[in-house]
Ligand binder design. Structure first.
Ligand SMILES: [Fe+2]
Length: 262
């Protein structure tokens, strides 16, 4: 297991003006720096997972009981409202039309994660570890975790529009873990299959199903639950190839992207 579990505090206040946003002129250099850093690690990678090599995404599962335990715990948790300044001081924050508090808070909520819940997420990352290492062909480092509730009626809004996460450095990867199961009725994610121009794969499976992919290179969109009033609950784990595996889950804020310094 990785080191100590840490939870980033929302060190920012709503009045803070020293945040580095993706719209900042410095952002270009930060991204360049990350790309150079990750390129060296990826050059030596040896992916072995055939499904991932073929499709550029991997769908797998963790034990359902772990997902259910986390879901039941989250259902008792405080929900957080998204706000633009909610970003750890060491991280870059997102600034975009789709990312305004008004657009976010109507359709999405974030969960406040307790140390006990982070401990459980750490156990979940440990379960996923062999699969993720086989896909990447390198060790990896987790640097941001968010637990998200997506409401019905949010089709095509923000992350539910077909897109690539162009704000991330090119080798950043994402895990989406479905705690409420995954499917077109209950809510899921659609991923464009590279080899078929118009082909889309939809993640389907019981609670504990997850998809691992590169959100910078693979087009994707969130699919909200169809039934009015129902919700999809997912855990988003952001990670990157690394020299050593570190799966300590870190919460950097509802509007955080990745560390300024690799
Ligand atoms: Fe995305």
């Amino acid at each position: 297991m990785g080191g100590e579990i840490s939870q980033g505090k929302s060190v920012r206040s709503k009045e803070d003006s020293s945040i580095i946003y993706t719209s900042d002129p410095k952002f270009h250099d930060i991204q360049k720096n990350w790309n150079l850093y990750l390129k060296k690690i990826v050059q030596a990678s040896e992916p072995t997972d055939e499904e991932y090599i073929k499709n550029q995404f991997k769908i797998s599962t963790i034990p359902e009981q772990l997902a259910t335990e986390l879901l039941e715990s989250l259902e008792k948790s405080t929900k957080l409202e998204f706000f633009t300044e909610d970003c750890d001081i060491r991280y870059v924050a997102c600034r975009g039309k789709a990312n305004t508090p008004a657009a976010q808070n109507i359709h999405f909520s974030y969960f406040s994660l307790s140390p006990k819940q982070l401990d459980l997420i750490s156990t979940i990352c440990e379960e996923m570890r062999p699969c993720l290492e086989a896909c990447l062909g390198t060790p990896f480092r987790v640097f941001n975790v968010r637990a998200i509730e997506t409401r019905s009626k949010s089709e095509g809004v923000g992350p539910n529009k077909l897109h690539k996460d162009g704000v991330f450095p090119a080798e950043i990867h994402k895990v989406l873990l479905y705690l409420t199961s995954a499917g077109l009725e209950i809510g899921t994610t659609g991923l464009t299959i590279k080899r078929h121009k118009k082909g889309t794969a939809y993640v389907e499976g019981p609670p504990g199903t997850f998809v691992f992919f590169n959100p910078v290179k693979t087009q994707h969109k969130g699919i909200p639950p169809k039934k009015i009033g129902s919700v999809k609950i997912t855990v988003e784990i952001i990670l990157c190839p690394s020299y050593e595996t570190d799966i300590s889950p870190f919460v950097a804020g509802t509007n955080s992207l990745f560390p300024i310094d690799p």
